[in-house]
Design a protein around this ligand. Structure first.
Ligand code: CO
Length: 147
């Protein structure tokens, strides 16, 4: 099985400062990281919850997927991210299974990950993220650097 765990759950928020305070109160610990991902037009923060994490995402400009998500559906759950050992192998296998990948090569995501998204229409209405630690080596020839 290529998925090793639910790595994190992404939640779209309008005001990440307010949401950080709320989630610190809810989870009993402050975010361990806040990071801007310029290529995705988002600012993110991450909270540890046992083996998995909660990622809060706020748009930094109206072209962001998070801004569009909030405009359509309001704040709330945005994606489920699964950890994989070999993102390129998972992408190839899932593509063959008919899942619609939203990027053809792994791209740099938040929290030092290589990521690939799968269209919600392929996954019962849920946007799925595959992620692999960027510390692990992947073939750099097809690396997409959008930062
Ligand atoms: Co994510």
């Amino acid at each position: 099985m290529h998925f090793t765990k639910v790595e994190h759950i992404g939640i779209a928020v309008k005001d990440i400062a307010a949401a950080n305070t709320l989630y610190t109160n809810l989870l009993g610990a402050a975010p361990y990281k806040t990071e801007t991902v310029a290529s995705e037009h988002v600012v993110t923060s991450f909270f540890k919850v046992g083996e998995t994490k909660i990622e809060l995402l706020q748009a930094t400009d109206p072209s962001s997927a998070i801004a569009k998500h909030i405009e359509k559906r309001g704040e709330g759950m945005h994606h489920v991210a699964y950890a994989v050992d070999d993102i390129k192998a998972s992408m190839t296998a899932l593509s063959k299974e008919g899942f619609r990948l939203l990027n053809e090569v792994p791209k740099k995501g938040a929290d030092n990950k290589w990521v690939c998204f799968i269209h919600p229409k392929s996954c019962n209405g849920v946007l799925v993220e595959l992620c692999q630690d960027r510390g692990e080596r992947i073939n750099l020839e097809t690396e997409q650097v959008a930062e």
